[in-house]
Design a protein around this ligand. Structure first.
Ligand code: ADP
Ligand code: MG
Length: 630
């Protein structure tokens, strides 16, 4: 390139950055202090990147092999400086990293924050990877002086966060020998951050466990003082680590500021040697369902950060945050090769088993804590029910459901099975998108009348795993909106209420009439043993998707041909008996009634009448008839 790299250039920020900065500068955040953790986190990342590069290019370390972050304060000049001896940035790196936002989540961030929910905002900064810009919450101007490891140029970036920045070559004597110096010119109301006690407390509590030592220089000319030793938390024995230390570490790692819901810390020994420190977050990360969302488990090899893109856990555990530090993987292989390594596959397997095992223990010993995890991540874990055949049984044990008898409690399948009725052969469920509507479904009546528990499944993923013919404890899952209910052998709770009379010949005749009237709108019309109160309901044929799954597949355009439903009619229902008793001179009326019964069943299913116009006409005729009779 022939650009004159000697002169100062002024460049406009990318539009997204400008918007973001505007929000930062005018922020009403209460937690402005997150800026420090973000800068320390970037400095630590830079040191780790260098550590990784130095494996194949040891000369990059030159005479300064130890990673270091130093924070210095100058109250009189209203300055805070965060400096590292990490990888540093080239000119292109600087303009790329500090002038644009490459990450796709940024727009989402801006939209969320723009929508204004201040308490949530700072929580999001770390998660969205827009950490650097948080410096503008406390600074009127930010200077970044950086020198890429191995380069003989240094660059100075400077901005007041108002739409543009300057970039110019920096004299080498005024730049770090290697790495990056970030200088914050503090706003008046942020000068108190220079207080050494405050700064030390902040750095320790937020970032005390980054794997790089941190020193503090309290004021110009003062000695550098160690405030964090950079010992990787995960290599320390569990018994010596306090809960707060785990929490700080989790926060630094996840960018979330909540408490972890569970901490998994262990060392695997034997054929594979690796340490794991992983957390189940205390709340849902915003991008849990983002298609592009990678797992958030970092891979280290002997304390050198390698990548956060290794698939260390299956997708259905993508809510986990943490790291694996392997003693066996070679350091000097490319990130791509690591991905294919059989060692990694073994780690993945061991880690997955451990996470599921720990969750199972928690479910057993601390039901309430587990329920909270399930509430946040159950919907993701359930993806494993169809993605991970090998562990399906294990995952089914972890699964929790609402049911017709659960109230607001979560129900496990073991409990369900032990409460099954004597002749009950299947685990019954009903899937849909709304629990209240499910509970009011006519299809459930016969089950309720017999005291049979039915799981109420309201996540789209439920339709997928239940369609794979899973079993639990030898019992198949069966949709109550599909096939035969097989209820007749199980006695009613209150026998007096529903005499179990078989359909009369008149009713049989009426059913045949309805079938003829509806033509191919339905595949069959049958007497129902699942209805006790309602007159009609729709069910799906025995084989193929149940009603809800069919709806989902249809919406996704994944069905060329929908199976015709079966209309079930309650042969004991008063209205049905009356209709069945009508004579041949009432053909037209019966025909209207047949169609209206079908539409009634559709509406009860949350659908529209089959033909709105014809429906209104029939209804009008019916009302007219009612009036004339009355
Ligand atoms: P993130 O850390 O999530 O990537 P940031 O906004 O915190 O997002 O930082 C943006 C980018 O700026 C980083 O990805 C990195 O490339 C660069 N950067 C920031 N600080 C430093 C630093 N101290 N050393 C090297 N690069 C840095
Ligand atoms: Mg960052």
């Amino acid at each position: 390139m022939t650009t004159d790299t000697k002169a100062t250039e002024t460049k406009a920020f990318e539009a997204d950055v400008s918007r973001l900065l505007h929000m930062m500068v005018h922020s009403v955040y209460s937690d402005k202090d997150v800026f420090l953790r973000e800068l320390i986190s970037n400095a630590a990342d830079a040191c780790e990147k260098l550590r990784f590069e130095a494996v194949s290019h040891p000369e990059l370390l030159a005479d300064d092999p130890k990673p270091r972050i130093s924070i210095s304060a100058d109250a009189d000049s209203k300055l805070i400086t965060v400096e590292d001896n990490g990888i540093g940035m080239s000119r292109d790196d600087v303009t790329e990293a500090l002038g644009t936002i490459a990450r796709s989540g940024t727009r989402a961030f801006i939209e969320r924050v723009g929508a204004g929910n201040a308490s949530e905002d700072t929580q999001l900064i770390g998660q969205f990877g827009v950490g650097f810009y948080s410096a503008f919450m406390v600074a009127t101007r930010v200077d970044v002086i950086s020198r890429l490891a191995g380069s003989n140029e240094a660059w100075r970036w400077s901005s007041d966060g108002k739409g543009s920045y300057e970039i110019a070559p920096a004299p080498l004597e005024a730049a770090p020998k290697r790495g990056t110096r970030v200088v914050l010119h503090l706003m008046d109301d942020a000068v108190s951050f220079t207080g050494s006690y405050r700064l030390e407390q902040l750095a320790k509590s937020q970032s005390g466990h980054v794997p790089v030592p941190i020193t503090l220089i309290e004021k110009p000319g003062a000695e550098a003082r160690d405030i964090a030793d950079g010992t990787a938390l995960w290599v320390r024995p569990k018994s010596e680590i306090k809960p707060e230390e785990y929490t700080d570490f989790y926060r630094g790692l996840s960018g979330q500021y909540d408490e972890p819901a569970a901490t998994i810390h262990f060392r695997a020994e034997g054929r594979q040697e690796y340490s794991v420190l992983a957390f189940v977050p205390g709340s849902r990360p915003f991008d849990l369902f983002d298609q592009d969302r990678k797992g958030r488990m970092k891979l280290y090899v002997r304390r050198v950060f390698i990548t956060d893109e290794a698939d260390l856990l299956p997708r259905y555990l993508r809510f986990m945050r943490g790291l694996v530090d392997s003693a066996d993987l070679p350091l000097n292989v490319s990130r791509e090769m690591i991905q294919e390594s059989p060692l990694l596959a073994a780690i993945r397997k061991g880690l997955t088993n451990r996470v599921l095992g720990d969750l199972a223990k928690l479910a057993e010993n601390e039901a309430e804590a587990y329920a909270k995890i399930w509430e946040n991540f159950g919907v993701v874990l359930k993806e494993g029910l169809y993605e991970d055949h090998e562990r399906r049984e294990q995952l089914l044990k972890l699964a929790r459901f609402r049911s017709t008898t659960s109230g607001e409690n979560w129900r496990g399948l073991a409990d369900y099975v032990s409460a099954m009725k004597e002749d009950q052969k299947a685990i019954f469920f009903m899937a849909g998108d709304d629990r209240a509507r499910l509970e009011a479904s006519p299809q459930l009546e016969g089950f309720k009348a017999r005291g049979i528990e039915v799981l109420l499944l309201t996540d789209p993923v439920d339709s997928f795993w239940t369609s794979m013919a899973p079993e639990f404890d030898g019992k198949p899952f069966k949709s109550v909106t599909q096939g035969v209910a097989e209820l007749s052998e199980i006695p009613l709770l209150d026998d007096a209420k529903k005499p179990d009379t078989a359909a009369t010949p008149e009713v049989d005749g009426f059913l045949a009439f309805v079938k003829a009237a509806l033509g191919d709108a339905v595949s069959d019309v049958k007497p129902s043993d699942r209805l006790t109160e309602s007159a009609v309901c729709l069910v799906a044929p025995e084989h193929g998707p149940d009603r809800q799954f069919e709806r989902l597949l249809n919406a996704a355009g994944r069905l060329d041909k929908t199976a015709k439903p079966i209309l079930e009619i309650n042969p004991r229902h008063e209205r049905v008996l009356a209709l069945a008793g009508l004579g041949d001179d009432e053909q037209a009326f019966k025909d209207d009634a047949a169609h209206l019964l079908y539409d009634e069943a559709r509406v009860l299913d949350g659908d529209k009448p089959a033909d709105a116009r014809a429906f209104s006409e029939r209804l009008a005729r019916l009302i007219a008839r009612g009036i004339s009779k009355g």
